[in-house]
Design a protein around this ligand. Sequence first.
Ligand code: GRF
Length: 216
Amino acid sequence: MARKRVAILISGRGSNMVALIEAAKEPGYPAEIVLVVSNDPAAAGLARAQEAGIPTAVVDHTPFGKDRAAFEHALQRELEAHRVDIVCLAGFMRLLTPWFVRQWDGRMLNIHPALLPAFKGLDTHRRALEAGAAEHGATVHFVVPEMDAGPIVVQGAVPVRPGDTEEALAARVLAVEHRIYPQALRLIAEGRVTVDGGICLIDGKPLPAAAKHKQT
Ligand code: GRF
């Protein structure tokens, strides 16, 4: 089966992007990274993608001002020009309109640094600490118009330890992110994931508990 053509959308350092690029180098991985796009020309991830030999593009949102539709049409043109099958958001900090989300329905993933549906939005590590959560983690999910709300493909949990700082917790979660994003993309690219009533099925079965990668 032909490998799926994947674009990664970033706004920053791109460590999840690097994890996906590394995974896709493995023989037999069902996806190839054909493009990295940043909305921020200063994103550090761009240089890391170039070092890895991946074509990059910048679609700067600033000249479009409040015209999200025009920005997204420019983005869509880049994705179409590279014949992209699947889009992975990896620290991409723009909200997307329902129009754009519809173009990629069932073909766009995001990684969120919390165990959704807990802690949608920003500052997840700080909020998990403040809430006294015993467990925290990361989620790869399909993108739907509502933010951080789509069907969950893979989650990975970590313990919150006594005395944890935001930085320590973030680092523990990030290591899990780097593991579960390539795993989720593999499942999608292999066509093993279907969505039934907002729930992901893998090989026709509900998310196995084994998809949770607990760390001690
Ligand atoms: C990650 O924590 C990701 O979960 C969130 O933004 C951060 C991006 O980090 N959506 P990086 O750019 O992949 O290093």
